[in-house]
Write a protein that binds this ligand. Structure first.
Ligand SMILES: Nc1ncnc2c1ncn2[C@@H]1O[C@H](COP(=O)(O)OP(=O)(O)OP(=O)(O)O)[C@@H](O)[C@H]1O
Length: 268
């Protein structure tokens, strides 16, 4: 019997959903100001399918804002965003393709944002129940599959208040998987976790990129985590990416003065 994956069976083919340069996500010249103060200044960024790009940089440099703009939680003022080979934002304006493709983006935050009074199954199924109109049976199967992906299958009926921080973060990843994302954006998801637990979360993300071809963008201040997780380190400074290199180069041979000073300051 052929094995099926209910999460991915309905997702687009990984090989055919990237742009011409192989990037699943690309931002070009994305700008965003808050109260007249520019936070993103024509930021160019890309993530390929099956790749983890880690954004590092000083606090307040605009890393989270870039993720939030990509996720559609903040509107860009200008610039283009391509997703799965389609332009979803052009010159700061959402295009028709955005409606079809926005569901391919999942975002996870440091604070888990799980409903504490609900059990794990309810936390996983509430959004697809409200938005996809799928049957309980289908959703149960998907929830089991998503929890298996993150090594939490035995916690289907656990209350979230009974889970440790690392377990909650894995449930938060499983919840994002319920919506069948092809792009996962993670904002400081390990900063409340101790190193062994952060390593478990890293294992989950690595498996998702390698086995499912998910594109993953991570913002973190944890340089040990960044160096292990990243295929590419993107150094963010003053509203745009100043250096985009493999982790070995970022940490051992940074080219720009900004990244050199940053790495010296945070050396672990
Ligand atoms: N909704 C908002 N309204 C007003 N200002 C905002 C808003 N979101 C972000 N900012 C401001 O934009 C700047 C960049 O914030 P952002 O959170 O993107 O930085 P960051 O690099 O992710 O920082 P950190 O590493 O501390 O999370 C900050 O000065 C922040 O106060």
């Amino acid at each position: 019997m052929t094995e099926t994956n209910p999460i991915l069976d309905k997702a687009p083919d990984t090989d055919s959903d990237a742009g011409p340069d192989g990037a699943f996500l690309r931002t070009r010249g994305v700008s965003k100001s808050f109260h007249g103060r520019p936070v993103l200044k024509e930021a160019d960024f890309r993530i390929g399918s099956g790749e983890i790009a880690v954004l590092i940089g000083k606090s307040g440099s605009g890393k989270s804002t870039l993720l939030r703009v990509i996720a559609g939680l903040e509107e860009p003022d200008a610039g283009d965003i391509d997703l799965a080979g389609e332009t979803v934002v052009h010159d700061g304006e959402y295009q028709d393709a955005w409606k079809d493709l926005r569901g391919q983006i999942g975002m996870i935050f440091q604070s888990y944002t799980l409903w504490p009074h609900m059990n794990v199954l309810d936390n996983l199924t509430i959004a697809p129940r409200l938005t996809l109109g799928e049957s309980k049976g289908e959703l149960l199967e998907r929830a089991e599959q998503a929890l298996t992906e993150v090594g939490m299958a035995r916690h289907l009926r656990s209350r979230c208040t009974q889970l440790s921080g690392g377990e909650r973060q894995r449930v938060a990843i499983a919840r994002a998987l319920m919506m069948r994302p092809r792009l996962l954006l993670c904002d400081e998801i390990t900063s409340a976790l101790d190193p062994p637990v952060a390593a478990e979360v890293l294992g989950v993300l690595t498996k998702l990129k390698e086995e499912e071809g998910i594109a993953c963008g991570i913002v973190t201040h944890d340089m040990a985590f960044a160096s292990k997780a990243a295929d590419r380190i993107c150094f963010f400074e003053d509203g745009l990416i100043k250096e985009d290199v493999p982790p070995e180069q970022a940490f051992n041979d940074p080219q720009t003065p900004g990244l050199r000073a940053f790495i010296d300051a945070v050396r672990f």
